[in-house]
Design a protein around this ligand. Sequence first.
Ligand SMILES: Nc1ncnc2c1ncn2[C@@H]1O[C@H](COP(=O)(O)OP(=O)(O)O)[C@@H](O)[C@H]1O
Ligand code: SF4
Ligand SMILES: [Mg+2]
Length: 344
Amino acid sequence: MTSDYPNTLDCSARSTSQGGAAPLVSVRGLLKTFPGRRVLGRATAPVRAVDGVDLELAAGETLGLVGESGCGKSTTGRMLVRLLEPTAGTVEFEGRDITHMSPRELRPARRHLQIIFQDPHASLNPRQTVARIIAEPLLVQGATVRAARERAAELLDLVGLGEEHLDRHPYQFSGGQAQRIGIARALATGPRLIVADEPVSALDVSVQAQVVNLMARLRAELGLSFLFIAHDLSVVKRVCDRVAVMYLGRVVEIGDKRDLYDSPAHPYTRALLSAVPLPDPAAERRRERILLLGDPPSPAAPPSGCGFHPRCPKAQAVCRTERPLLQVVGSGARTAACHFPETD
Ligand SMILES: Nc1ncnc2c1ncn2[C@@H]1O[C@H](COP(=O)(O)OP(=O)(O)O)[C@@H](O)[C@H]1O
Ligand code: SF4
Ligand SMILES: [Mg+2]
């Protein structure tokens, strides 16, 4: 079968090295502010959705991005693939600054930057056939109709659906199948980075594992990089190399998955992890849940000092006045933004 597009199964040209090589994507000082709303004729304060995020992703690496709803995960992900333009900071893809590129300038990079959305049915055009949905990004990039259809069939096969589904419409699929179609669409142009924005949160628990396993397999087979967004730490465990924890628009802890799960340094990471059920029944009986008081503060009026201090069981006076910066904790490449990190 011939195709005008690089075969996503051929990852031989892609580096999967995670140490030393230049990062695939690098963001520095990323900031996104949304204007406040007008309430009774008065403007509310602007929302600092993302408030100074630095991240790097190596080729072939999967970084998990976790945190409660509203902490800025989707906004960060959208800026990484330039669906949103940052208010400040820079996004570099393969060493090129794409932060403020026009749609035309961005076109060559666009096929390498894809996104999978949380709600598969809402993100698929109900009037289009599966063939058309998957082929669309290829047609935009200049493929012939025939080549695009052949590629769509290939991709359906890759995500575990047969080519007999090509002429069906999204409503004829379950949530898990629709998400497989969303994944096939994201893979169509042979991307190097996929932002998966809570790709299983809207699915039944019984099919979540299947879709997570599919993404883990694709990642291994295709050498893709993923930013895998989730609101809890249990989902990212299966697929990620490193994990970043966000709170109120900032990364509060980032590091190797094993370090972070075995000995979380930030009190917020500890609280998130304490909510994850353990597979070993004895350990599960011993598990102590750390209950966080109240809801996260509004990003339009963040607390002074450490943004987590109103809910933190370890907060002291300095936490109310001085903002903690990310600093190395322990011997690994892990950093946490806390004046009193756990170091066990
Ligand atoms: N287009 C927008 N206009 C105004 N506020 C927004 C917009 N998108 C997101 N926000 C706000 O920015 C904050 C972060 O949102 P989001 O990135 O969607 O968080 P998450 O994905 O972690 O749930 C939230 O307070 C949200 O209400
Ligand atoms: S800096 Fe203080 S308030 Fe913030 S997480 Fe650390 S101990 Fe808690
Ligand atoms: Mg979101």
